[in-house]
Every structure is written in structure tokens, then in C-alpha cells.
Design a binder for this molecule. Structure first.
Ligand code: AHR
Length: 332
């Protein structure tokens, strides 16, 4: 009897210590406290694929933030195929998730499946990219970068750079992202608008690089064969394509960052390291860290609260004009 009581005391103490440790662990992880009687939230998230360091960083952030907020995540990777995303959304509807979030690979072709989600009463968050539709109320909101601003910042950098180098003619080739995707369309538009008033600027060609490193290399080979030393600037819509293009430029006998001005978008660690080495001149930031906003918005939608129609994160420009030695690790 005495032994049992002693053992019980020890068990109770172990139990208390475990609770304390769990609480400390949760606090350390920054896990949000969910009220005991609050039912959990099930979020279906359809990701485009794994085409870039940006995309992988975005997936990691979504997964980490879901865990932090105590949200159950049904994650599906569409491997760059719209039909896979549509099928994933249909599965989320059949599974009766509380909220659907997805990053549409292209802008068109979502009406039918989103109407099904609407009819099922499931709110939809657009993450990263937008859709094009005539229908009202298919989605609750968009959480993602202002791609037009990113393109504009790239153009503004180029004008300053051309001024500082005293260039009187600037021939640009553009390696664009996936056709009919929001970042491709808006980054092109913002850049074109920024350089429109500058007579020195000529876009020789814009070519579809699909946001892929392999395509970036292929596009650069084609452009170098066609335009050779006429090329003054490469404006690439993401780091992956830039990193694919650089070895092609070197192989063709040019020095990237010196003979050819290189402008990229994303700001992943690898591109920042190459910028510091002088082979890239400017990287416009596009942050993949959208998870916090996604989770907070999903919780609001589940509770029937109002949400912002559009949320853009703050983003910066990194360039050869700055001292980047103190820049914190990018995390993607
Ligand atoms: O939609 C964001 C873009 O998609 C990023 O710039 C790119 O790297 C990613 O694949």
C-alpha cells in the first residue's frame, strides 16, 4: 500500500513535469493556444509543385505555420499540372474541409471547381497567385505578393543602373515565368510600364521559361544564339531561371553582372550569394512566407469573420548598390 502511494506520487510528479515540459515546448515553438471547446480547423491546401527554391520555401512555411496554429493540413502537390490541382480541390470538397487554400498555376479555368466549393459552402483562399473569372464570390481573398510592383522595381533599378553606366542604348531580353500565370503577367507589365518612358530601353524578346532552371538555361542559349553581344540586360522573372541562364552566358564568353546586367526576382539564398559574388546585379524580393497570413485568415473564415480582400507582404530590393554583408539568412 505504502509502496503504491509512493509510486502514485512519483507518477503524479512525472505527469506534472510532462505537462510543464509540453507547455514550455509549445511556448518555445510559438504554438498558438486553441481554446479547449474550439473545434479544430481542417485546411485543404493545393500547392503548384516544387519548381523552385521559392516554392519549396513556401510549402515548408505553410506546413510549419499550420502546425504552429494547431491547424490540420491536407496538403497536395500538383506537380505543375492544373488538372491535379482541380482534382485536389474536388477531394477537399468531398472530404468536407473547413477552408480550401490553393496557389493557382495559371489564371484561367477555375470557375467550375470553385463553383462546386462555393455550393458546398467552403471558403477559398487564393495563395500567391490570382485567378481570372467573371463569376462573383468564388474566392474569399488573395494572400500574395504584388507582382506588378516587383516588375516595376526591376525596371526602376535598370533605369538607375543605365544612368550610372552612362548607357545610351539598352537591349533587354526577358525570360518570363509560366504563361498565363499572375507573376508572369504582372512582372512583365510592371517592368514594361517602368521603362516605357525611357527611349534607351528596347525589349528584344520575351521568352517563356516556365519558372524552371532547365528552361532558363534553354531560353538563354536560344537568346544568345539569336542576339549574341547585342544583349545588354537579362530580366528574368525568377531566381531559378536566372541561375539556369548564368552558366550559358559564361559559356558564350560573357561575364554576367559586367558584360550583361542581370536582374532577377525572388531573393532566395542562392541568388543572394551570387549577387554578392557580382554575377547578378539586382534581385527583387518576393517572399514565400505567406503561411502566417494564410492560417490567421483561415481561422477568421471558419469563425465567419470578415477578411481583407487582398493581403500583400512587404518586399525589398537587393542590389549591387548596397552592402549586403549583414543580410540575415534568407530561409529559402
Ligand atoms: O508565384 C511565385 C513564383 O513562383 C516565384 O517567383 C517563383 O520562383 C515560383 O515558382
Amino acid at each position: 500500500m505504502g509502496k503504491k502511494t509512493g509510486r502514485n506520487k512519483i507518477h503524479r510528479r512525472i505527469f506534472k513535469v510532462s505537462i510543464l515540459m509540453a507547455a514550455l515546448l509549445l511556448a518555445a515553438c510559438g504554438k498558438k493556444e486553441i481554446a479547449q471547446d474550439e473545434p479544430g480547423l481542417l485546411l485543404g491546401f493545393s500547392q503548384i509543385g516544387s519548381e523552385s527554391a521559392w516554392r519549396i520555401g513556401n510549402t515548408t512555411d505553410i506546413e510549419e505555420k499550420a502546425a504552429e496554429y494547431g491547424i490540420s493540413l491536407m496538403f497536395e502537390n500538383a506537380n505543375q499540372k492544373q488538372e491535379n490541382q482541380i482534382a485536389a480541390i474536388r477531394r477537399f470538397i468531398a472530404y468536407k474541409v473547413d477552408v480550401i487554400a490553393f496557389s493557382p498555376i495559371v489564371e484561367d479555368g477555375w470557375d467550375n471547381v470553385l463553383m462546386e466549393a462555393k455550393n458546398a459552402g467552403i471558403p477559398v483562399i487564393l495563395v500567391d497567385r490570382d485567378i481570372s473569372t467573371e463569376e462573383e464570390g468564388l474566392t474569399a481573398c488573395l494572400i500574395g505578393a504584388d507582382f506588378y510592383e516587383e516588375g516595376k522595381k526591376a525596371g526602376e533599378y535598370l533605369i538607375k543602373k543605365a544612368d550610372s553606366l552612362g548607357l545610351d542604348e539598352v537591349n533587354i531580353v526577358e525570360i518570363a515565368g509560366t504563361d498565363n500565370s499572375t507573376p508572369m503577367r504582372k512582372r512583365q507589365e510592371g517592368f514594361a510600364d517602368a521603362i516605357a518612358g525611357d527611349k534607351r530601353m528596347h525589349v528584344l524578346e520575351s521568352i517563356d521559361g516556365d519558372f524552371l532552371k532547365s528552361r532558363g538555361a534553354e531560353c538563354m542559349r536560344i537568346l544568345l544564339e539569336k542576339y549574341g553581344d547585342k544583349i545588354d540586360v537579362v530580366y528574368s522573372h525568377n531566381d531559378e531561371m536566372t541561375l539556369g541562364a548564368l552558366p550559358e552566358i559564361e559559356e558564350a564568353g560573357f561575364v554576367p553582372g559586367k558584360d550583361i546586367i542581370i536582374i532577377s526576382i525572388d531573393g532566395g539564398q542562392e541568388a543572394i550569394d551570387v549577387l554578392k559574388s557580382g554575377k547578378i546585379n539586382c534581385v527583387v524580393e518576393c517572399t514565400p512566407k505567406l503561411g502566417k497570413e494564410v492560417m490567421e485568415t483561415a481561422l477568421k473564415l471558419k469563425n465567419g469573420e470578415r477578411v481583407e480582400a487582398v493581403i500583400h507582404p512587404e518586399e525589398q530590393v537587393f542590389s549591387d548598390e548596397q552592402d549586403l554583408s549583414g543580410l540575415a539568412p534568407r530561409g529559402y
